[in-house]
Design a protein around this ligand. Structure first.
Ligand SMILES: [Zn+2]
Length: 192
């Protein structure tokens, strides 16, 4: 999947979780940083792909991407597995713990969850692509849905651009429409 599909999928998953789980009070800063962390999480697994949007958006991305690519073993390796979810989960948690004293108004747990929701959505979306996802690394088997490879989505091709991307937009509309009262309550009562 392309970077923008992943970003939209991450945002969709975050919206769904935020509107279906019990609400807690958060600061506006936490909400904004959480959305940013969610979008980063949504493209972070492609850190092992040197041509990915994750690297293209960095100044020295091309070079750094190729170094990482060697290190992580090419596209859809460690960062596209359950092991990767655990490694990135601990790594991001560690980073947030370092930043916590400097940002007392941010709820790091919310930001961590937003990142992980984005990360998880990426692996689920990639599971529908031709290449599949090596969920169980180091067991080198790639899984995909549907199981028959030919029926899966080709990255950046017609189905992704004209079915999946617009489908996610419609899904967002549906989620916010069907949880409108919850959304208003979140904005009015829980955002400080
Ligand atoms: Zn990917």
């Amino acid at each position: 999947m392309t970077g923008r599909t992943h970003d939209l999928a991450a945002f969709t998953a975050l919206g769904f979780v935020a509107l279906t789980q019990p609400q807690t009070n958060i600061t506006l800063a936490t909400g904004m940083v959480a959305i940013f962390a969610n979008l980063i999480g949504g493209i972070a697994p492609d850190i092992d792909q040197p041509t990915a949007p994750f690297w293209r958006n960095l100044p020295i991305g091309g070079v750094a991407g190729r170094v990482f690519d060697k290190f992580l073993g090419g596209h859809r390796f460690i960062s596209h597995s359950i092991l990767g979810v655990i490694i990135f989960g601990f790594g991001f948690h560690y980073l947030l713990e370092i930043l916590r004293p400097s940002f007392p108004h941010l709820d790091m747990m919310i930001i961590w969850w937003a990142f992980m929701i984005g990360f998880g959505s990426h692996l689920i979306m990639d599971t529908f692509t031709r290449e599949g996802v090596p969920w169980l690394l180091p067991i080198p088997v790639k899984f995909g849905l549907p199981p028959v490879r030919e029926f899966r989505v080709e990255t950046g091709a017609f189905v992704e651009r004209f079915v999946i991307f617009p489908g996610l937009l419609i899904l967002n509309g549906y989620i916010y429409y069907s949880h409108y009262a919850v959304l208003l309550n979140l904005l009015h009562s829980h955002l400080k």
